[in-house]
Design a binder for this molecule. Structure first.
Ligand SMILES: *[C@@H]1O[C@H](CO)[C@@H](O)[C@H](O)[C@H]1NC(C)=O
Ligand SMILES: *[C@@H]1O[C@H](CO)[C@@H](O)[C@H](O)[C@H]1NC(C)=O
Length: 397
């Protein structure tokens, strides 16, 4: 049996733990610092640029903008880590504009980056960027390049490794949209395992960094549930049949948590089952239903100290914490305006905080954006009591 997450009750209860939402940056529409001689400067359409991926380092914040629709100039961008609270810095292409597909034959090799949903930093100060290789994924889904992992050394911003995935681990409509780097099994970050979510051809791709090989895993729990493919956020409804996309990893339990977008369920699989190689035809994968949520959600984060999972149920415009070991549940934040669609939740050990991207994705999707509204935010929720929060803030600002 699994616990039912009683989020609706929690919403009504006066004992909701409501932690402060700290808006680090916010934008009505994203603004990129596009060079004048860049081929597509006139094709940039800010109303199609919505970030979905977040990575935080000591001095920088990385934001990915997948090419969902036409009008995206750079798919991986960066801003300084320390900017005035609530400011709207201009995004810079990472590592440089040369890496971003210009289209129109200017650089039509697959050397650069096509469409990035998410990226992760490892313990060796490197950024693993997962490039889905698909243009216009929500319009006409053009496969332009094979999906790949591109690893940047953050000290030099140079590419140190590129992994292009073989056809065998992909399907025609594969869309690699999320990743986890697991350094626990084989020691160093060079021999890490990478677990990736294939959202459109539901499944997972496992990359074994030590042996430089990859394989594919599929299971019905990774597919979207048609009963949960409608999302209502702040009264606006949209439909998206997305499979597995939210991922979190517990080093202590050596467990990968995953959730399709179109579901109210959260599942887990032991990392050992992912690592042991391609499953045989009739092998049953040890997947567990961990629990049910009040509504769908995308981002998942995990605090490795006590294995608390953080997620954001879309209909409730909130962030919830749930510990599957103790079955403790808390609603840690609720805000009908600031919390909208959370395409990314990240746990950051250094400041004991959940970081998240909150966007009015439903309005980008339905083309009902109001450019006078704040439509995109980077939010931090400190989970430590106020005294400690103050100390942490002093350290980081
Ligand atoms: C395309 O851009 C990449 C990345 O900057 C570069 O290495 C490559 O030489 C370029 N290719 C062409 C054909 O210009
Ligand atoms: C992606 O699609 C847009 C819109 O059709 C197009 O202008 C652009 O050239 C495409 N990019 C590539 C790399 O083909």
């Amino acid at each position: 049996m699994w616990p039912l997450l009683a989020l609706f009750l929690a919403l009504l209860s006066p004992t909701v733990l409501s932690l402060e939402l700290e808006v680090l940056n916010e934008w009505n529409l994203l603004d990129l610092n596009i060079p004048y001689d860049y081929g597509l400067i006139n094709n940039f359409r800010p109303e199609t640029n919505v970030f979905t991926g977040l990575e935080i380092t000591n001095d920088r914040i990385f934001l990915s903008i997948p090419r969902l629709w036409s009008g995206v100039a750079a798919t991986l961008t960066v801003i300084p880590r320390h900017t005035p609270p609530g400011s709207s810095p201009r995004l810079e292409a990472y590592p440089s504009w040369d890496f971003h597909k210009l289209g129109k034959g200017q650089n039509d090799s697959c050397d650069g980056l096509t469409s990035v949903y998410r990226m992760r930093q490892d313990s060796c100060n490197r950024l693993w960027v997962l490039d889905a290789g698909v243009n216009l994924s929500l319009e006409d889904f053009q496969r332009i390049c094979p999906p790949k992992l591109v690893v940047f050394d953050l000290a030099t911003d140079q590419v140190v490794r590129t992994v292009v995935f073989p056809r065998q681990v992909l399907r025609p409509n594969s869309l690699l949209a999320n990743l986890i780097i697991d350094e626990t099994a084989q020691g160093t970050c060079d021999s890490a395992f990478v677990y990736m979510a294939d959202t459109a051809a539901p499944g997972m791709v496992v990359y074994d960094g030590a042996r430089d090989t990859a394989w594919r895993i599929m299971h019905p729990t990774m597919f979207p549930d048609p009963d949960f493919s409608d999302y209502t956020i702040a009264g606006e409804r949209f439909t998206l049949m997305d499979g597995v996309v939210g991922l979190a990893f517990s080093p202590k339990l050596s467990t990968v948590y995953f959730q399709p977008l179109a579901t109210d369920r959260l599942f887990s699989i032991p990392a050992s089952a992912l690592r042991k190689g391609p499953p045989s035809q009739d092998e049953e994968l040890p997947i567990t239903l961990v629990g049910k949520k009040a509504s769908q959600g995308l981002g998942l984060a995990l605090d490795p100290k006590d294995d608390t999972i953080y997620f954001s149920p879309v209909r409730e415009t909130s962030v919830a914490a749930w510990n599957p070991v103790t079955n403790q549940q808390k609603l840690i934040a609720y805000d009908q305006d600031k919390l909208q669609f959370a395409a990314e939740l990240r746990w950051r050990e250094q400041d004991n905080s959940v970081w998240l991207l909150s966007t009015r994705f439903q309005k980008f999707f339905r083309r009902t954006l109001n450019p006078q509204d704040v439509n995109l935010r980077i939010i931090r929720i400190s989970t430590t009591p106020s005294l400690q929060t103050g100390l942490t803030n002093n350290l980081y600002f």
